[in-house]
Each structure stands twice: as structure tokens, then as C-alpha cells.
Design a protein around this ligand. Structure first.
Ligand code: KIV
Length: 275
């Protein structure tokens, strides 16, 4: 099968996102797990695609992201990469696949060879050694802080993080340690908007937010959520772009285009989506 657009393959790189940050241009990111949706995202100019381990919940029907394997991530990354013609591809390393440096190297090799441009790992400053080794070996890392779904059993549920000054100070310190270790991007999930603003203003690397307010450099949503395909109650930060008034065609491509433009024009997220 050939894909239709005349766009060059994968025109967005990390340098593009760095330039967006420097110039104040926001960037859009959506999760994606297969070629057909990756193709539509290219037409909609979505800047970054996250092959998220949310695949476990929205595609595989699991209760959490914990059952997802490296093989799953390789499979879905290949599907997306085959059709990608525009976006930077970030792929999650799944639960316990980067518990040691040896595992982190093996898992990163697998997803990078499948087509990822960046690997995303969840945690805190303790990830510094892994970030350092991966960076040295040509693997850019996106560090995911705040609500880290792989630690749902430690956190005791999917709750907003960083609400106390002590937690906020720790998150800022963790970001500093990880950026110093070489992290190329930060993803903040479910943290207060003021804390996300501070992280975004403090660090030179692009910061992606989900439930992290309006001020992050980029925004990500789980694709199924922004298409209104819910299997559980949607979180406060979710918006259904299929039904959005600005989606003139009312179809899936229209939803992707509407989301991309809403992020670029700073219409999404709004205060009602923030904590
Ligand atoms: O796996 C995923 O979809 C994610 C997002 C929630 C950011 O990590």
C-alpha cells in the first residue's frame, strides 16, 4: 500500500520542536498505534506522535498499562512508522523494560529499530543514569513525570501530582537532574498548571503537557479520548474534537486538524481542562 500525501517523510525532528519552543510556537502530539491513523495525522500536520503504552488500555482492553510488552511497542511503532510522513515519533518503553541499564538499552534498541525517534520513560531523578547511557548511545529520551501510569500501584490511583510545595520542589529538582543527564524532552501528566508553567519556563528542552495547563510547549492527548471513544469516564483534561464546533467535516481527519489548530492557536487546552 502506498500513502497518498506528497509530504517528505518525517519532516519534524527534535530540532524543529526546539525551534518551536524558542519562537513560542506550540506543537501538537497525539497517541497513535497504527498506520491508518498515522496517515491521517500526517495529513493533519500533527507534529509528534506518541506510540503510548496506553495501547494496553485503549486497544488491548487491559485495566492498566502494566501488561504491555516491548514486543507490543515494537509492533505498534512499526505500524505507525510505516505510514508516518510528518511527525516525530516517540515510543514508550513499557513497564519494567528499563529497570536496569541493560534492559533500557535492549528495549530502546528494539523500539528505535522499529522506527521510534525518541523513547519515553516514566519516573524521577533516579532515571538519570539510564538517560545518560541512552543519550550517549544516540537515543533521545523524553522523561515522563507527574502522574506516571506505570506506577499506579505506588501512587494509589490516577491522581493529580505535585500539589504540595514539597512535591513541586521535588519535581523541579528531578527535571533539573534529568535535563543535566541529557533528557531531550519532558512530559508532564496531571500536575497543577502553575507547576507546569514553571517547568516549561525553567528548562530549555520542549515540555509536553497532558492535564498540565495551557503553558506547556506542546500538548498530547490519547487519540481515542479526543475522538470521544471512551471505555471509562474521561479525565477533566480531555476534549472531544470529533464533536467540536470547529470540526467542520465532523469526521476523524477533521478532529485531528481541529486539534492541531486549537493547540497552535492556544485555544486548547483552556482553563477548564487544567488543574
Ligand atoms: O501512553 C500514553 O498514552 C501516555 C500519555 C498519557 C501521555 O503516556
Amino acid at each position: 500500500m502506498t500513502y497518498l500525501t506528497d509530504k517528505p517523510k518525517a519532516s519534524i525532528t527534535l530540532s524543529t520542536l526546539n525551534k518551536f519552543k524558542a519562537s513560542g510556537e506550540k506543537f501538537s502530539c497525539l497517541t497513535c498505534y497504527d498506520a491508518s491513523f498515522a496517515h491521517l495525522m500526517a495529513i493533519a500536520n500533527i507534529d509528534a506522535i506518541l506510540v503510548g503504552d496506553s495501547v494496553g488500555m485503549v486497544v488491548q482492553g487491559r485495566e492498566s498499562t502494566l501488561p504491555v510488552t516491548v514486543d507490543d511497542m515494537v509492533y505498534h511503532t512499526k505500524n505507525v512508522a510505516n505510514a508516518n510522513q510528518h511527525a516525530l515519533i516517540l515510543t514508550d518503553l513499557p513497564f519494567m523494560s528499563y529497570a536496569t541499564i541493560h534492559d533500557a538499552i535492549a528495549s530502546s534498541r528494539a523500539v528505535m529499530q522499529a522506527g521510534a525517534n525518541v523513547v519515553k520513560i516514566e519516573g524521577d531523578g533516579e532515571l538519570a543514569d539510564i538517560v545518560r547511557v541512552l543519550t550517549k548511545n544516540g537515543v533521545p529520551t523524553c522523561v515522563h513525570l507527574g502522574l506516571t501510569p506505570q506506577s499506579v500501584n505506588v501512587l494509589g490511583g490516577y491522581k493529580v501530582q505535585g500539589k504540595t510545595q514539597e512535591q513541586a520542589d521535588k519535581l523541579l529538582k528531578d527535571c533539573e537532574i534529568l535535563v543535566d543527564a541529557g533528557a531531550s524532552m519532558i512530559l508532564l501528566e496531571c500536575v497543577p498548571a502553575w507547576l507546569a508553567r514553571q517547568v516549561t519556563q525553567t528548562f530549555a528542552v520542549p515540555v509536553i503537557g497532558i492535564g498540565a495547563g495551557v503553558d506547556c510547549d506542546g500538548q498530547v492527548l490519547v487519540m481515542h479520548d479526543m475522538l470521544g471513544v471512551y471505555t471509562r469516564k474521561p479525565a477533566k483534561f480531555v476534549k472531544d474534537f470529533l464533536k467540536d464546533d470547529a470540526n467542520k467535516t465532523g469526521d476523524i481527519l477533521g478532529a485531528f486538524i481541529t486539534y492541531h489548530q486549537a493547540v497552535k492557536n492556544r485555544h486548547f487546552p483552556s482553563v477548564e481542562h487544567a488543574f
